[in-house]
Design a protein around this ligand. Structure first.
Ligand SMILES: Nc1ncnc2c1ncn2[C@@H]1O[C@H](COP(=O)(O)OP(=O)(O)OP(=O)(O)O)[C@@H](O)[C@H]1O
Ligand SMILES: [Mg+2]
Length: 310
C-alpha cells in the first residue's frame, strides 16, 4: 500500500516576466509507514512539491494519489487523513495557542477537542503558553504550536516541511522522539524535509535528492553513503606534521587540514588503500599516535550532490 504516489509532477511560476520551473517532471512514491526524506539545496522545489500535495498549490501537469485516492475527487477523505506542518506555518497572530488549535480541530473535525489539545500542549511542552497570543511567542514556541497543528487530527499521512527550524537542541530531540513514537504507534506515513542532516539520518527510511526541480536520486541513507567514496583520514602525530604534508602531496593525496600535530587528508576508497598508505608512511619514519578514518556523513553527501555540477 502506498500513501503517496506522484507521477510526472510539473509546476512553474511566472515572476517579473520570467518563468521559473520549480518542479520539473517529479515522480516518486512513499509506502505506508515509511518516513521519506526530501533533500535539496534552497530553491530545489521541495516546498512547492509539498504544497501541491497539501492542496495549497495546483500543479500544471502530473498526477497525485494520497491515501489511495485522487485528492481532487476525494478531498474530504484525504483531508481528514492528512496534515501538514512547517515552522513557517501561518498561524493567526491575534489568537492564542489554544484558540489557533481549536480552529484547526474544527477544520479537521476532531472529536474530544480539549482533551486532544491538552495532550498536544503537554507533548510539545506548551501547556503554560496555551493562553498566550501567538504574536507573543518566541520563534521556537511558534514552531511547536505549528507542530501541534500538524498532529491535531492523528493523521495517517503527515507532511513535515522544515518543521524543526529554530527549536533548541533539547526540544528538537524531543520533537524527533515524538515523531518517531507517533510513527511507530500509528504506522503513519511521513514526508519530511530538513536542512539538518542528522535529523534526516535519524528519521528517514529513504531519501530523495532534488536538484533544480528534478529528483536526481532516491535511495536509503546507507546506499547514498556508499556512493561517496572520498573518506577523510585524521592522523595524530608525535611531532609537527609539516614534513608529512609535503610527503602526502607528493603521493598525489589531498591534504585538507593540518594543525600542530594533527593532519587530515582525503582518500578515495575506490582506488586508495588506507592500510598501504599508512604502512608506507610508518616505514618512512612516521611516528603515529592515533588514526581516525571518517566515513562520509549525510552532510558530505548533501555537499557532494549539491556541488556536482558547479
Ligand atoms: N509563489 C512563487 N512565485 C514565484 N516563484 C516561486 C514561488 N514559490 C516558489 N518559487 C520558486 O520556485 C523554486 C522552488 O522553491 P521551493 O520553495 O519549492 O524550494 P525549496 O526546495 O523548498 O527550498 P528551501 O530549501 O529554501 O525551502 C525557487 O526558485 C523559488 O524561488
Ligand atoms: Mg522549502
Amino acid at each position: 500500500m502506498k500513501d503517496i504516489v506522484v507521477k510526472g509532477l510539473c509546476k512553474s511560476f511566472k515572476s517579473r516576466g520570467k518563468t521559473i520551473t520549480a518542479v520539473d517532471d517529479v515522480s516518486f512514491y512513499v509506502t505506508k509507514g515509511e518516513i521519506f526524506g526530501f533533500l535539496g539545496a534552497n530553491g530545489a522545489g521541495k516546498s512547492t512539491t509539498i504544497n501541491i500535495l497539501a492542496g495549497l498549490l495546483t500543479q500544471d501537469k502530473g498526477t497525485v494519489k494520497l491515501c489511495g485516492k485522487d485528492p481532487y475527487k476525494d478531498w474530504e477523505y484525504v483531508k481528514n487523513r492528512m496534515n501538514v506542518s512547517t515552522a513557517y506555518f501561518p498561524l493567526s497572530d491575534v489568537l492564542t495557542v489554544r484558540q489557533n488549535l481549536r480552529v484547526y480541530a474544527k477544520i479537521y473535525g476532531v472529536k474530544d477537542v480539549e482533551a486532544k489539545i491538552n495532550q498536544l500542549l503537554e507533548d510539545f511542552e506548551l501547556t503554560a503558553l496555551g493562553d498566550k497570543r501567538v504574536n507573543r511567542l518566541s520563534s521556537g514556541e511558534r514552531t511547536r504550536t505549528a507542530l501541534c497543528k500538524g498532529f491535531i487530527n492523528d493523521p495517517q499521512l503527515l507532511l513535515l516541511d522544515e518543521c524543526t527550524v529554530g527549536l533548541d537542541p533539547d526540544i528538537a530531540e524531543k520533537t524527533r522522539r515524538l515523531i518517531k513514537e507517533y510513527q511507530k504507534r500509528t504506522n503513519c506515513t511521513i514526508l519530511f524535509t530538513s536542512h539538518y542532516m542528522h535529523e534526516v539520518e535519524e528519521l528517514c527510511d529513504r531519501v530523495a535528492f532534488m536538484e533544480e526541480g528534478k529528483i536526481v536520486t532516491i535511495a536509503t541513507v546507507d546506499e547514498l553513503k556508499k556512493r561517496v567514496t572520498k573518506h577523510k583520514v585524521e592522523l595524530t602525530l608525535a611531532e609537527n606534521g609539516d614534513d608529512l604534508k609535503d610527503l602526502l602531496k607528493e603521493e598525489g593525496l589531498t591534504v585538507l587540514a593540518g594543525r600542530d600535530n594533527t593532519l587530515i587528508f582525503e582518500v578515495d576508497v575506490a582506488s586508495d588503500d588506507v592500510n598501504t598508505i599508512v604502512q608506507q608512511l610508518v616505514k618512512q619514519g612516521l611516528n603515529l599516535k592515533d588514526i581516525h578514518i571518517k566515513k562520509p556523513t549525510l552532510d558530505d553527501i548533501f555537499i557532494h550532490f549539491a556541488r556536482r555540477k558547479k
